[in-house]
Design a binder for this molecule. Structure first.
Ligand code: MLT
Length: 404
């Protein structure tokens, strides 16, 4: 008789955003007349920029002729895209990354879930608390997290780094030294950032302790302040301790198109083994590449027209962030985030739990958000709203919240 991977049975409940979707669908079914505004999952609402649409159309036409048709993509991704990434995201920032250190994928969620596969099972992971749930859940599936304590909602073998108002939502070096450190800046869910100097501190810490940093920079396009690094490779020594994950979802609206990439520098080694070689082996074996059409669309992100159009799109969402931030502040809420990130993190009023506030907002304002406790125990008593809605709905949602 076959056996299942019992680690899956340890996972409490379903994936956070699936739970929310189920709850919201049930509410909408019971109240079909209600006009819900969804500011929960960080899904974009604006259409793809014209230069991306143009690139998609062009690539579709290429697929229609035998001379320009494309089958399987190269393992690491097409060179035209990897070169554009290197120039646009690294060289322009003085960071030394080569095209053959870029692994194109179908998104940062898959990469952030899959990357743990190249590490031994007895590595100890450290995560910010609250945190994007994929990092912990995928390590649970791999059997790396020990036992779950439902009371504290923590795993015995995970090092939690609380990010709370007291430390300005910035993780502190943990007492116990981890092997793998997950960092995400600008942060999901708190919308906070750390300065480049603080990030340099983490790079130095990782190099000193022989740890590896998995750096999720999915929200990099939203950075507006000068002292925040756009890539971890702006920090000295990051090539020997950091893997960076990037997404095209948030900067270019690819949530439904799917494209991302991982950077694994060749200087990142364990003994004489290059992590680059392990990830290349994994990528080649388990993945057949993002579609040619989509990679062409990805390259258009780096064209002059694409850059200008996407700057405007990011500006559109950041204007929503300002509307949410200022509106909630006026209404007496304690709010943070929303300056370098499309997420606003607010303290629930009157000591309400995160899920109680979720129900409260759903019922009385018909607004959907994300309960902070879904991201980890230190998220309890907090709530996340996304700036990825459209402007009209965002304004309406804040009016409704103010009028509860
Ligand atoms: C979120 O809402 O946290 C994100 O949309 C999830 C994701 O990007 O996978």
């Amino acid at each position: 008789m076959f056996k299942i991977n019992e680690n899956y049975l340890k996972l409490p409940g379903s994936y956070l955003f699936s739970t929310i979707a189920k709850k919201v669908n049930a509410y909408q079914e019971a109240n079909p007349e209600k006009d819900l505004i969804r500011l929960g999952i960080g899904d974009v609402t604006q259409p793809l920029a014209p230069s991306i649409i143009e690139a998609l159309h062009g690539a579709v036409d290429e697929m229609a002729a035998a001379e320009t048709f494309h089958g399987y993509a190269p393992d690491l991704g097409y060179e035209f895209l990897r070169n554009a990434i290197v120039d646009g995201d690294y060289r322009s920032r003085g960071a030394q990354i080569e095209a053959d250190e870029i692994f194109v994928s179908d998104g940062a969620k898959c990469d952030s879930g899959n990357i743990q596969e190249i590490f031994a099972q007895d590595n100890k992971i450290a995560v910010c608390d609250p945190v994007y749930p994929v990092y912990v859940d995928t390590n649970v599936m791999a059997g790396r997290t020990g036992t779950y304590d439902p009371k504290s909602e923590t795993w015995s073998d995970v090092i939690y780094m609380p990010c709370t108002a007291e430390n300005n939502f910035a993780p502190e070096f943990p007492k116990e030294v981890p092997d793998i450190i997950y960092l995400c800046f600008p942060n999901n869910p708190t919308g906070s950032t750390i300065t480049k100097d603080q990030l340099q501190g983490w790079v130095d810490y990782a190099n000193k302790n022989g740890a590896v940093i998995i750096y999720d920079a999915a929200y990099e396009a939203y950075i507006s302040e000068d002292d925040v690094a756009h890539t971890i490779y702006e920090c000295e020594g990051a090539r020997t301790c950091a893997i960076e994950l990037k997404s095209f979802s948030k900067n270019a609206g690819f949530t439904g198109v799917r494209l991302g990439y991982a950077v694994v520098p060749k200087d990142l080694t364990c003994g004489d083994v290059k992590l680059h070689d392990l990830w290349a082996r994994r990528h080649g074996t388990k993945y057949n590449g993002a579609p040619y059409i989509v990679q062409k669309a990805g390259a258009a992100v780096y064209s002059e027209a694409g850059k200008a159009q996407l700057k405007e799109q990011v500006g559109y969402y950041m204007n929503n962030a300002r509307v949410i931030y200022e509106g909630l502040k006026d209404a007496g809420y304690t709010v943070s985030g929303g300056v370098n990130a499309p997420y606003i993190w607010l303290k629930t009023p009157d000591g309400m739990s995160s899920w109680d506030f979720f129900d409260h907002l759903l019922e009385h304002a018909n607004v959907v958000g994300t309960p902070g406790s879904g991201f980890g125990p230190s998220g309890e008593g907090y709530f996340r709203l996304t700036a990825f809605g459209n402007y009209e709905n965002t304004v309406k949602a804040i009016e409704r919240i103010k009028n509860i």
